[in-house]
Design a protein around this ligand. Structure first.
Ligand code: ADP
Ligand code: ASP
Ligand code: MG
Length: 405
């Protein structure tokens, strides 16, 4: 008898027919005698709808109430799936994140899991139930409901697989695995049989939303091997695991595009020690993640000044602007420019460590496609460029096909 954690994303539970389809798949495993813990997301579009409704009342709603609101999406699905299973004579019971023993820190909307005490899950499994846990949510030790960041049901599944020492962790979605690029943007993308944690982590944090990046980080830290596969067919999926030697032979594993970033430029920041520290400390204090940072060469000789550009997640834009307005009196910058029309295109592969010339080739392909590069950043295994949104998808296809077709 194996203990299996299965996670079904929003598109897999998008309507009653899909929920029935999920129940059939879960039932198959249960009937074989396996113990099954199921993690589900909200039905497709529900979380976005809830956010929209709240924002129509107030542009920056309180984060505590947002978490209270968003956690209801998953709570609907767990109960519907339990009912679907019970209708098939499969004993099933649902639990919210808090009931499942998921304790987080208090950072609303992007809480980190502190610990999991899966006592109730074990009790329900031992009594023969399929146990269904609401993804994306937990509670603080003081009992406040929190959420784990967009796409956070992936993290719930991986963290539960680790806490329960599951034999198998399956992430079911609407594609049958991890591809060399988003198949919706790049029709020539190919499915990967396996991918290392580091590559998956880079791809995910750079826009491949097939897995939430924090869930991959967690899997790597605790050695949770997982499979990404489709809830709509039985095709073999993609195995995500520790790097093997054969993986290093592949220079480029994938190309991703993140359209969820925005760029802020502070124009004419006095070129003095401590300026960058002040800006980024204030942003950090407001839990705004900053990704790429570029500081220009300073200009002006009497009172030298510089331009400072950085990227943040688009949903953090309103809060970032409030932070920057608050800095105006403190730092005498001349102007603030905000640009939400950008895309971050990245190319990833562990083999890049031992190969040169990749950056040059990326720049050449972009030049050939008439794409202007606004920012560049690199690490051992990735190259990222910020480009205008209007040509971002075309550029992704061009770069993908130059390296991977
Ligand atoms: P779920 O609702 O199951 O959590 P998501 O919408 O979060 O599913 O993630 C699945 C989507 O991720 C796919 O439909 C696909 O368009 C997108 N995607 C982006 N990059 C990739 C990639 N490299 N491989 C596979 N899918 C990708
Ligand atoms: N429902 C949440 C979201 O849309 C969490 C998830 O789907 O994983 O982000
Ligand atoms: Mg997802």
């Amino acid at each position: 008898m194996a203990l299996i954690v299965q996670k079904f994303g929003g598109s897999s539970v998008a309507d009653i027919d899909r929920i029935r389809n999920v129940a059939n798949r879960v039932a198959e495993y249960r009937r074989r005698g396996d113990q099954v813990v199921v993690v589900v997301s909200a039905m497709k579009g529900v979380t976005d709808n809830l956010i929209e409704m709240a924002k129509s009342l107030m542009p920056v709603p309180s984060e505590r109430e947002m978490d209270m609101l968003l956690s209801t999406g998953e709570q609907t699905t767990i109960a519907l799936l339990a009912i679907a299973l019970q209708s098939m004579d499969i004993p099933a019971a649902s639990l919210t994140g808090a009931q499942a023993g998921i304790v987080t820190d208090g950072v609303h909307s992007k809480a980190k899991i502190r610990n999991i005490t899966p006592r109730k899950i074990h009790a329900l499994l031992d009594a023969g139930n399929v146990t269904i846990v609401a993804g994306f949510q937990g509670e603080t030790s003081e009992g406040h409901i929190t959420t784990l960041g967009r796409g956070g049901s992936d993290l719930t599944a991986i963290a539960l697989a680790s806490a329960l020492k599951a034999d198998l962790c399956q992430i079911y979605t609407d594609v049958d695995g991890v591809y060399t690029s988003d198949p919706r943007i790049v029709p020539t993308a190919k499915k990967l049989e396996e991918v290392s944690y580091d590559e998956m982590l880079e791809l995910a944090s750079l826009g491949a939303k097939v897995m939430q990046s924090r869930s991959v980080e967690f899997a790597k830290k605790f050695g949770v091997i997982f499979e990404v596969r489709s809830s709509l067919n039985d095709n073999p999926g993609t195995l995500v695991k520790e790097e093997t030697q054969s993986m290093e032979g592949v220079v480029i594993r994938g190309v991703s595009l993140d359209k969820n970033q925005a760029k802020i430029t502070l124009v004419g920041v006095p070129d003095e020690p401590g300026m960058a520290a002040r800006v980024f400390q204030q942003l950090a204090d407001s839990t705004i993640n900053v990704d790429m940072i570029v500081q220009n060469v300073s200009h002006g000789s009497d009172t030298p000044a510089t331009d400072l550009s950085f990227t943040i997640d688009k949903p953090d834009m309103a809060r970032a602007q409030t932070v920057i307005d608050g800095l105006r009196d403190n730092i005498n910058f001349v102007d603030v420019l905000a640009d939400e029309n950008i895309g971050k295109l990245s190319i990833v592969g562990v083999g890049m460590r031992s190969h040169s010339g990749i950056a040059a080739k990326v720049f050449e392909v972009l030049a050939g496609a008439g794409v202007n590069i606004q920012m560049i950043s690199t690490s051992e295994i990735k190259i990222s460029v910020v480009i205008g949104i209007e040509k971002a998808e075309e550029a992704t296809r061009a770069v993908h096909d130059a390296f991977l077709d």
